[in-house]
Structures are given as structure tokens and as C-alpha cells.
Design a protein around this ligand. Structure first.
Ligand code: M6R
Length: 368
């Protein structure tokens, strides 16, 4: 049942191309993005003037990624908040607010209570969920199911990639309803998304060097992760995976924050994993990251760089280079996250831990 793997998680990492493809399947029909359940009228969707995304853990990181896409495509303001914070605050919501609740299990206590908190203030709720008929989708006005299949490993991998994918569909559905994207533009974005599973597959085919590197770094006291723009939530996700699986101290930072504190942590030999944006995307993002890597390398950091194939400019600054295929900027996280999952799993195994059942953690957090 583990498909020849020692752990479910390793099988689930391999299943990611299918998880992404299945999540997309059938959601673009008749030239339109369609959700699974929609108890909201087209008019109600058009009337949305603000989006809140609420979730916990990895689902929250997928929400952070959603903000970049939804704001870019719809020009709607998007706030992303940990469900555990949102539910005890007094957020400004009304019937034109859309609250997107993301949860693999659909049973996470804080996310469920955030949904109830939102509904009390008449906000509309859209659930992104991997479990049919779970409580969160039952209480939502609209639902988009991620079709990752059952995820047994406590660490989210294929469900995370499926959430990132589903969030893009939510963004496109809103852009379509609001008319901020022409139908042919929506079709083009969807086609680009459909090309992603094959690229995820290519990343999976080339992760052996990542495993070797993980074994080399397995006794490191800490690992830092840096990213900018969509690379920032990827850095947070990479750090979370390492903490929960390998019980290793790890922190993800926005690269632009380096000089505001984290650079003081850099010392000789400290591994820093950097997520590079595409050199074909916004030039400013790429050049800023390059100078960040230069700075940390000059201070002795051991740089591990995830960069697009053919990104020659980054080579001199990468002590270890992990190449991923070219992809549209917003969709790159579907690729750059994968080596980080593999890295964390391999460090954990090298340290002798059970990657399916990390200590102290439960798959579904149904109590606070
Ligand atoms: O079922 P949910 O998506 O609501 O779960 C949220 C978090 O508990 C979950 O993502 C957790 O952070 C994972 N262990 C991360 O790998």
C-alpha cells in the first residue's frame, strides 16, 4: 500500500503530479472555471469586494501563495490570516467579503471556528478541502475539492500542492466573475496550469542530488530558508517541513528582511536554502535575490539555491544548485516546494525518524 516506499509520505510526494492534475480536472468546462459546489449566485460572487484567506499550517502557506495570484488577477484586496488568530479577532467583514477557508481534513478546529466567526458577520465562505463531506465544506457557501486522495503522512505534501492549485482556480473563478480577466486569458492561465503536472514530474525525476545533500546536512543545528515574492511562502513551507519531520531548527525569511535582523544569524558553514525567482520573470526580483545570496555567501553561509534551469547568473553564488524547469512566476511554487519536501524527508530519515508520524503531531488538529 506504500507503493514500494518505506513511508506513505514518500509515496505521496511521488503522487503530486496526479494530485495537481486531478485537482484541475473538469474545472474548466464550456470555457468557464467551475467550482464543485456553488450555493452563491454569480451576482454574489461579482459583489465580493474583499477576500480573507484563513487556514493553519501548510494550508496557511498555500493561502499566502493565493494572495499573489488573486490580487494580481482580480484586483481584489486579499488578507491571509492564521485561523487561530482570525477567530479571536474582530475582523471587518460583511456580506461582500469572501472568506476562503483552506483545509486538507476539513475538520481543523481553528479553521472551522474561523468559518463560523465569518458567517456570524454574514461573510460568504468558500472552502478548499480534500475531504468530501467534512464539516468545513458542509458549512461553506461554495466548495472546491482538492483531489489529492487520502493523505496518510502527517506532513502535508500532495495535499499542499493540490491546495495551491485549487487556490489558483478560486482566483480565476473570481477574475472571471468580475471580468478582470478576459475569457481567453482565463483559458490561457488554465492551460499553463495544466502543463504543471508534467513539470512536477520532471522535478521528481531529478531529486537524487537533493537526497545526497540532505544526508550531508543532516547534523546541521539549523537551516535557514530565504525567498522573495512567491518564493517567500515556499521558504516558510520548507522550514515547516524540516521542523516537523526532522525536529531540526529551521526558519523561513523574506529575503528583503535579511538586513532587518536575520543576517546576524549567518556564520561559517550555516546552510541557507534560497528560492530563486525565474530570470525571465520580473528582473528586479531576480537581481535582488542575487545580491541577497552574494551577501550571505560573503559571510560564510553555505548556499543551496533552487533556481530555474539555465539561470547562469546564479551559479557563482550557489554552493549547491538545485535546478527546476521554467514555469510562469505565480506557478513556480508548485515546483520549488518539491525539493524542499524531499530534503526534509531525507534529513528526517537520516536522523532515524518516522516521517509518517512525527512526534507530538496529529494528522488532523480537531482540538485547539
Ligand atoms: O487539515 P488541515 O489542512 O486544516 O491541516 C492544517 C495543518 O494542521 C497542516 O497543514 C499541518 O501544518 C501539517 N502537518 C503540515 O505539514
Amino acid at each position: 500500500e506504500k507503493g514500494g516506499h518505506d513511508y506513505f509520505m514518500l509515496k505521496e510526494i511521488q503522487e503530486q503530479p496526479t494530485a495537481v492534475a486531478d485537482t484541475l480536472l473538469g474545472h474548466f468546462t464550456g470555457g468557464k472555471i467551475v467550482l464543485d459546489e456553488q450555493r452563491l449566485s454569480d451576482q454574489e460572487l461579482r459583489d465580493v469586494d474583499k477576500v480573507f484567506v484563513v487556514a493553519c499550517g501548510s494550508a496557511y502557506h498555500s493561502g499566502l501563495l493565493a494572495k499573489y495570484a488573486i490580487e494580481h488577477w482580480t484586483r481584489l484586496p486579499v488578507e491571509v490570516e492564521l485561523a487561530s488568530e482570525f477567530r479571536y479577532r474582530d475582523p471587518v467583514l460583511d456580506r461582500s467579503t469572501l472568506v476562503v477557508a483552506i483545509s486538507q481534513s476539513g475538520e481543523t478546529a481553528d479553521t472551522l471556528e474561523a468559518v463560523r466567526h465569518a458567517k456570524e458577520q454574514k461573510a460568504r465562505v468558500l472552502a478548499v478541502c480534500n475531504t468530501n463531506g467534512a464539516q468545513i465544506p458542509r458549512e461553506a457557501d461554495a466548495v472546491l475539492y482538492t483531489r489529492a486522495g487520502p493523505e496518510i503522512g502527517v506532513a502535508s505534501t500532495k495535499a499542499f500542492l493540490a491546495q495551491v492549485t485549487a487556490n489558483f482556480l478560486v482566483g480565476l473563478a473570481l477574475a472571471q466573475a468580475r471580468g478582470t480577466k478576459y475569457p481567453d486569458e482565463v483559458a490561457r492561465e488554465y492551460a499553463d496550469l495544466e502543463a504543471m503536472p508534467a513539470l512536477v514530474e520532471r522535478v521528481l525525476e531529478s531529486v537524487e542530488p537533493v537526497r545526497a545533500l540532505a544526508r550531508e546536512l543532516a547534523s546541521s543545528p539549523t537551516v535557514l530558508f530565504l525567498g522573495r515574492h512567491v518564493g517567500y511562502p515556499v521558504a516558510l513551507e520548507g522550514a515547516l517541513k524540516l521542523k516537523e519531520l526532522a525536529y531540526m531548527h529551521a526558519e523561513g525569511f523574506a529575503a528583503g528582511e535579511l538586513k532587518h535582523g536575520p543576517i546576524a544569524l549567518i556564520e561559517d558553514g550555516l546552510p541557507v536554502i534560497v528560492v530563486m525567482p525565474s530570470p525571465k520573470g520580473r528582473a528586479v526580483l531576480h537581481s535582488k535575490l542575487l545580491s541577497n545570496i552574494r551577501e550571505i555567501q560573503a559571510r560564510g553561509a553555505r548556499t543551496v539555491v533552487i533556481a530555474e534551469e539555465g539561470d547562469e547568473a546564479v551559479r557563482p553564488f550557489a554552493d549547491h544548485l538545485i535546478e527546476i524547469p521554467a514555469a510562469p512566476t505565480l506557478f513556480q511554487p508548485l515546483l520549488s516546494t518539491v525539493p524542499l519536501q524531499v530534503f526534509a524527508a531525507e534529513v528526517a530519515q537520516t536522523r532515524g525518524y518516522d516521517v509518517d508520524k512525527p512526534r507530538n503531531l496529529a494528522k488532523s488538529v480537531t482540538v485547539e
